[in-house]
Design a protein around this ligand. Structure first.
Ligand code: NAD
Length: 543
């Protein structure tokens, strides 16, 4: 303990490395991939700094080569979750009393480790176990995660500096207390950065955490825990439970000390969690904070004045990168009839050029979808499209799971703007287009606005300023991240704080101070320097 007040600078975003032939980063990544592909890691939950192996071995595989086993995770359930809760509660007071400078130093050290020796390790794990290309891994498991850790420290200092005024004779201050109890962090498979940010954001603010990562992407969490421990995170602050989701969820959500839930995943899982919190509300010591980012049915809407080539590129990148498995991925497109024939031709031609396959072959633009369940779900949508007369498959439409869970980049045209492919989250490389009458810009915007229950991301393409203004006004609640003349994916920490409302979640904006505020309960402290000694007020005196 000392009395220093370090002054942190606002960080800069971590530069995205190119992995061009001959670059040192490419050589390091290739070496890490070769090592990890042939290595067999074995691990279980990580509780209070020690490994706890459950009884259900789960094979970690490459989605693009599902016979290749990368290791085994020994999964547990309720027992491990309760053990993790005990560990989090035991570490709570000490961690909450740890000076914030110390907590900051641990996560800044973690960012340095990730920018250095761990960069190829976490990128390789993300590529192999989640089927991301080198570029998709780099912007996620390296850059976004480094940014989360560095910027969250900066935001924390900004929050702590927000203090009330103190008139003469009084000292007023706000003590930003961590929540009372433990935070349950539940993360999705599709972003390593989100997997790590969900437990670390509350931990930075002084909370202790039980973290349940997604079972279909457990390799990155294994390395994240190693990295955090190497950075100096004390045992018990983040306890990673490798466990059956329903059993772990039930144990954590019914515990009286549940103080918060930090969730990212599908809307159906979130509704289950929300209902469990509601059903248990009387058991809890405090009202749990529930922060959730869920699904999307993200759109692009183009005006007749749109730049056709920019629109084409946004659909290709926004719709098919990472196999459409980003919560922000473009999956419904509205184009004016006048632009559609030319746009269709360009899209079909480009889709014909896209290479899909093993992500360790750097010439591929796409890998496989995450697992057999996702594959079956997406194939179900493709079959539905073929069975309905309102849809026409223009490109792709094939799916093959013999080697990996591969789904072709697919472009579908529809005459029914209210059909399932325009409303439901598919979470795969499937883009459906509806062509509207050029003269009905307002009608097209209103259609886009009311078509889905989500409100995550969306983009408008137009060169006409008046058209852009109308779009921004009509679509104000349709997207929490709204893009003008750009694809609706690829939000960057500190530039586009991310999240949506409606059924896309609580819009607490990961990668911003809004999110960190949810992990503290401020206490207002007033100290009187010269408290009154006489209980009577002057007005009570006789004249
Ligand atoms: P999912 O809902 O299947 O799983 C998310 C997490 O919830 C996993 O860890 C899973 O094991 C856990 N889970 C499942 N059932 C549970 C239960 N009963 N109790 C407790 N935990 C339980 O989602 P996913 O397939 O991993 O991720 C894809 C979804 O996530 C998509 O809908 C996508 O849009 C969404 N997502 C949203 C954002 C965002 O910021 N809005 C970011 C990434 C992903």
């Amino acid at each position: 303990m000392d009395d220093s007040m370090p002054r942190f600078r606002r960080p800069a975003n971590e530069p995205v490395l190119a992995y061009a032939p001959g670059s040192p980063e490419r050589a390091q990544l290739k070496a890490a991939l070769a090592r990890m592909r042939n290595e067999q890691v074995e691990f279980g939950s990580r509780i209070a700094g020690a490994e706890v192996r459950g009884e259900q071995p789960l094979e970690l595989v490459c989605p693009h080569e599902h016979r290749r086993v990368l290791g085994r995770c020994h999964m547990g359930g309720a027992r491990e979750t309760l053990q993790a809760i005990e560990a989090a509660l035991a570490a709570r007071q000490r961690w909450a009393a740890t000076p914030w400078q110390e907590r900051a130093a641990i996560f800044l050290r973690a960012a340095e480790l990730l920018a250095g020796a761990y960069r190829p390790v976490l990128n390789a794990a993300t590529m192999l176990n989640q089927s991301k290309t080198a570029h998709q891994a780099e912007i996620d498991s390296a850059c976004e995660l480094i940014d989360f850790w560095r910027f969250n420290v900066w935001y924390m200092t900004q929050i702590y500096a927000e203090q009330p005024s103190s008139p003469p004779g009084v000292i007023n201050r706000l003590d930003y207390r961590p929540l009372e109890g433990f935070v349950f962090a539940v993360s999705p498979f599709n972003f390593t950065s989100i997997q790590a940010n969900l437990p670390t954001a509350p931990a930075l603010m002084g909370n202790t955490v039980v973290w349940k990562p997604a079972p279909n992407a457990m390799l990155a969490p294994y390395y994240i825990m190693r990295l955090l421990e190497e950075a100096g995170l004390p045992p018990g602050v983040i306890n990673m439970v490798a466990g059956d989701p329903a059993a772990a969820g039930e144990a954590a959500l019914s515990h009286p000390e549940l103080a918060g839930v930090h969730f990212t995943g599908s809307v159906s899982t979130f509704r289950r969690i929300w209902k469990a919190v509601g059903a248990n509300i009387e058991r809890y010591r405090s009202v749990p904070r529930v922060v959730a980012e869920t699904g999307g049915k993200d759109f692009i809407i183009a005006h007749p004045s749109a730049d056709l080539q920019a629109l084409h590129t946004a659909i290709i990148r926004g719709g098919y990168e990472y196999q459409g498995q980003k919560c922000s991925a473009v999956s419904r497109v509205y184009v004016p009839r006048s632009l559609w024939p030319e746009l269709r031709e360009r899209l079909v031609a480009t889709i014909g050029e896209i290479r899909m396959g093993d992500v360790t072959d750097f010439t591929n633009f796409m890998g496989a979808v995450i697992d057999a369940r996702a594959f079956a779900k997406i194939r179900g949508y493709l079959e539905h499209a073929r069975s309905q007369s309102c849809y026409r498959v223009l490109a792709g439409g094939g799916a093959d799971d013999r080697i990996g869970w591969f789904v072709e980049p697919t472009l579908i045209e529809t005459t029914d703007p209210g059909g399932r492919l325009m409303c439901e989250e598919i979470f795969g490389p499937v883009v459906t287009v509806y062509a509207y009458e050029d003269t009905d810009w307002l009608g097209a915007l209103e259609l886009c606005e009311r078509t889905s229950p989500y409100g995550l991301t969306g983009a408008v393409f137009a060169r006409d300023r008046a058209a852009l203004q109308t779009a921004s006004a009509v679509l104000r609640y349709a997207a929490g991240n709204f893009y003008i003349n750009d694809k609706p994916t690829g939000a960057v920490v500190d530039q586009q704080p991310f999240g949506g409302a409606r059924h896309s979640g609580t819009d607490d904006k990961a990668g911003s101070a809004h999110n960190l505020r949810r992990w503290v309960i401020p206490r207002a402290i007033k100290e009187a320097l010269a408290p009154p000694l006489d209980w009577r007020y002057p007005f009570m005196q006789e004249a």
